[in-house]
Structure formats: structure tokens, C-alpha cells
Design a protein around this ligand. Sequence first.
Ligand code: CP3
Length: 348
Amino acid sequence: MSGPAPSQPFLRACRREPTAYTPVWAMRQIGRYLPEYQAVRSRMSLLDLCKTPEAAAGVTVRTVDVLGVDAAIIFADILLLLEPLGVGLSYVKGEGPLIARPVRTLEQVRRLPDVDPAEGVPFVFETVRLARQGLDGRVPLIGFAGAPFTVASYLVEGQPSRAFLETKRLMRAEPEVWDGLMSRLAALTARYLNGQIAAGADAVQLFDSWIGCLSPADYRRYVLPYTRRVITSITGGVPVIHFGVGTAGLLEAMRDAGGDVIGLDWRVDLGQAWDRLGGGVAVQGNLDPVLLLSSPEEIRRGVRGVLDAAAGRPGHIFNLGHGILPETPWRHVVAMVEAVHEMSAARG
Ligand code: CP3
């Protein structure tokens, strides 16, 4: 089994080295919009699929073949780590993830078991090994985890939330509970990502999807130290992609928390955002996922806009600003990938 060459465009772009064309992949590239995935999911639940490494690795590899993307992502979920904590994780159709026993008190934080990811979620590491084998060096494999804040928000709220009232209340009113919870999650997440790297992940992405609900001051005080702890603990010299949604007011703070690549959503101009971040990081993004529901011509126009904003600077990884929507025709994703390759190579 051979790994991907370090000269592959995705890995080169993570290091801000020039590439012959702009590498592209899409967050949530494996998912309900894809007939291949639907077929697998008709036979097993989301959790069962995650716990069946042959099947999970299979959807990762087939998705790369169907889409022609420059990076693969393992099939897992940011909340899998919560299951061995015994908080009652389930995925309810139409509602999203639920936590039966939310964690809000010091006593509840103290009672969380000290989980070794190798024992709590061994199937994830096996999925990484099998996916890497199946890819056989064609494209690099991205491992991932939820960042402490976003995972904590599910643990505290118990269900998907819009305003994150309980999470913000806890964070401000009970700093000891918050610190206890975030410290535990930071340590667990670092071990989890390092386990994925040891199993063969070529890069890792930290999803802090819901940090956009925070002011810059709250982010710096209640979130940044823990995210930084995760990122500085990452071993193996693999690139770290640090992603969030609604982060226009937080970009400098996110950069200060760490990451070789900062993931941008579509609400910012990629060129202006990169100027703010400075030359020390690569950027990933940032087409509006809704654009993939429109015509191939409009998709091409959108791709051109993002490439123009990047202006040929080394270190751009093309992606959506957030995950692919379930309503997306899969051929439109292929059209996006082809447009990125063709237009960026022509710039060359
Ligand atoms: O290509 C991929 O990205 C597949 C791997 C992946 C999944 N979840 C599988 C999954 C990844 C990277 C995630 C990340 C994830 N999970 C995030 C961060 C990214 C983001 O979208 O902001 C978050 C917040 C979660 C938590 C989660 N898991 C939610 C909110 C939901 C339900 C809502 C939804 O989008 O369906 C899930 C379920 C889930 N995880 C699905 C998939 C493919 C849904 C499809 C299914 O039920 O089969």
C-alpha cells in the first residue's frame, strides 16, 4: 500500500506551494445527495455505517471516483466521540443529532468517563486504514473532528440549536464547569485526531461549525485557548484545516487559534478574507453551496468568482463555504470540480 505523494496538489496547497491547478474537494461530499450513499444508507443506519469500516471506507473511495475530487474525507461524524461518553447519542431522522443526557453541571462533567478513543471508537481508525488502502495513493485522505466548542454545544444543548442559549449561559455563568468540559473535550479531540493520523490520515480538519454565534471577545476568552490546545497537540506534521461558519468577525481570532489552512464560508470575499489573515496561512473555500442547485452556467460563474478572488495566490484549496445540501444534483458537483480544474489550469 502506497500513500499519496507529497507533491499532490491538495497537500502542496496546504503548504502554500504553487500547484498546476487549484485542488478541490467538497465538505459533506459523501452524503444524502449521492445515489451511491443512499443505497448504502438504505441498508444501515448512520451509526451502523460509521461502525462498519469496510462500508465506511467504501463510500469514501467511491465518492472520490464519482466526483473526481483532489482529496478524500473519512466517513464518520463529529459526534461519534460522544457515544463512549455514555450521554445517549442518537440521530433522529428530520431532527438531527440528539443527546439524551445533556451535560450542564460540574458533577456531570466530573462523571464523564475518561475515554481512550482507541477503545471508544476503534472503528474510526480502522476506517482510516481501509480508506487509505482503498485510495492507494490516488488522493490524500482527510481525517476530522469537531472542535471543542461545536461538540460542547451539542453536549450542553442536547439537540441542534439556533441561539445556543444554554451553551452561552454555561460559558459565562459557570466558568469552572465550562473550563472542565472544554479541557476534557480538547484533550479527547487531540488524542482522537492523533489516532487518525497514526492510522494514515494525510491531513485533518477541525470543524467548528457553530462558532459564528460568538462575539470576537467571547471567542477569544472561552474558545480559542481550547482550540489552540488541540491544534498544538497535533503530531506527525500533517496540515490542519480550521473551519467555521459565520466567521467574518472572527477570522483573525481563528487564525490565532491555529491551523495551516483557514476554511472560509461564502459570506466573505475570499480575497479580502485572505488579506486579513495574512500570508502565513492557506485558505479553503468558499462557494455558496446553494449555487450548486442552479444551472451549470451559473455554477461556472460562481467558480470563476472564487478563483478570481484567490487571484492565483499559492495556497488556495477550492471548496464550498459549508457542506453540500442534500437537494444537490450530484452531477452539479462534478461540474463544479471540472470547472475548478479547467479554469485554474488555464490561468497557470
Ligand atoms: O463527506 C462528509 O463530510 C462525510 C462525513 C461527515 C458527516 N458528518 C457524516 C454525516 C462529516 C465531515 C460530518 C461533520 C459534521 N457532523 C458536522 C460539521 C460539518 C457541518 O456540516 O457543519 C456537524 C455539525 C455534524 C453533526 C451532524 N451529523 C448533524 C447536524 C447531522 C444531521 C443534519 C444533516 O446534515 O443531516 C448529522 C448526520 C450526518 N453526519 C449525516 C452525514 C452524511 C446525515 C446523513 C444521514 O443521515 O445519512
